[in-house]
Design a protein around this ligand. Structure first.
Ligand SMILES: Nc1ncnc2c1ncn2[C@@H]1O[C@H](COP(=O)(O)OP(=O)(O)O)[C@@H](O)[C@H]1O
Ligand SMILES: N[C@@H](CCOP(=O)(O)O)C(=O)O
Length: 307
């Protein structure tokens, strides 16, 4: 194992759940955080953060990226090295675009590379899922693409979900935060059989809709009964933005991750109109939002050594 002096890790944002796939499906998007790790000879911990909302990220040992970094060293039973971490933020915080997943994946991958890659990708993935508590954002952040994760007898079965090339994800990111912890607190611990059946059927339809790009299937498939009915109330303007997206030609709209970002699926011909109308509907509701058409990231986390 060769020990390197520095490594830069790039990790994509994610959109988890995609409607009915609560806690099991997510897709990586072309929006990125970059994390640069450099060994320090003098000892200590230095964290520098740049980018939008940089002042909101912790710069001490409580930083989530650093906690993941330490976690990997604990797992391999080594003392973490003193390190300087430079964070370039491209993924907005606490918006349902997997910023915490980028930090967990970035910290684990950075530590693994600095340590000379003692862990396999599968081991890193298992650590990431354990830290985040659910697989649907860390798995696509690490591996790229759209991924379904299911528990197996021995661990996790990860399935690559085909994403039709015509499907364009549009994210409408409001200027307020909603922590995943808070958005999980409003969910019931038990659901009815009818709601469970509803989600099973809609997730099946979603997989076929994503594969074929068939708009009618996607519109129906993005419905969900496990989380959205409870979370909608935390997102002012949800119904108006949904109606505006559909009127502008989106197949459907759903909450991205735990919210408050809203995700519309559409095609290239309608994506500009969908962007404009979602932003306008939110403005009408008194909320400023950044709306962007993105693509599926197919690579996942990537890293290169500095020396
Ligand atoms: N680049 C980062 N470095 C360190 N911590 C981060 C970073 N990005 C996010 N976090 C942590 O994750 C929190 C947001 O996580 P969470 O509520 O799950 O929202 P999200 O939907 O964005 O993942 C932030 O408040 C911060 O504590
Ligand atoms: N399945 C989770 C996904 C959380 O994703 P995030 O991007 O908001 O961190 C949930 O819905 O709670």
């Amino acid at each position: 194992m060769s020990v390197v002096s520095g490594v830069t890790v790039t990790v994509p944002a994610t959109t988890a759940n995609l409607g009915p796939g609560f806690d099991c499906i997510g897709a990586a998007l072309t929006l990125y955080n970059e994390f640069k790790f450099t060994r320090l000879q003098a000892g200590g911990l230095i964290i520098h953060v740049t980018g939008t909302e940089a002042e909101r990220v912790q710069t001490d040992e409580s930083n989530l990226l650093y906690q993941a970094f330490v976690q990997l060293y604990q797992y391999i039973e080594q003392t973490p090295p003193s390190v300087k971490i430079e964070i370039q933020l491209g993924v907005p915080l606490a918006r349902g675009l997997g910023s915490s997943a980028t930090a967990i994946v970035g910290g684990l991958v950075g530590a693994n590379q600095l340590a000379g890659a003692p862990l396999s990708l599968l081991q890193v993935m298992e650590l990431a899922i354990a830290m985040e508590g659910h697989p649907d954002n860390v798995v696509p952040a690490l591996l790229g693409g759209c991924r379904l994760a299911a528990t197996s007898q021995t661990g996790w079965e990860i399935c690559d979900i085909p994403w039709h090339q015509d499907i364009v994800p549009v994210v409408a990111i409001p200027d307020f935060e909603l922590s995943t912890k808070e958005a999980r607190r409003v969910l019931p611990t038990e659901v009815s059989r009818a709601d469970a059946i509803f989600n099973v059927a809609h997730l099946g339809l979603l997989l076929r809709g994503l594969e074929t790009g068939k708009g009618e299937w996607l519109r129906t498939a993005l419905q969900d009964k496990l989380h959205q009915p409870y979370r909608k109330a935390l997102i002012p303007g949800y119904d108006a933005v949904n109606a505006a997206a559909i009127a502008a030609g989106a197949y459907g709209m759903t909450i991205s991750g735990a919210g408050p970002t809203l995700l519309a699926l559409t095609n290239a011909a309608n994506s500009n109109a969908v962007e404009t109308e979602m932003a306008a509907a939110w403005k009408e509701a008194g909320i400023t939002a950044t709306v962007r058409s993105l693509s599926l990231d197919t690579q996942g986390a990537s890293s290169f050594h500095q020396g």
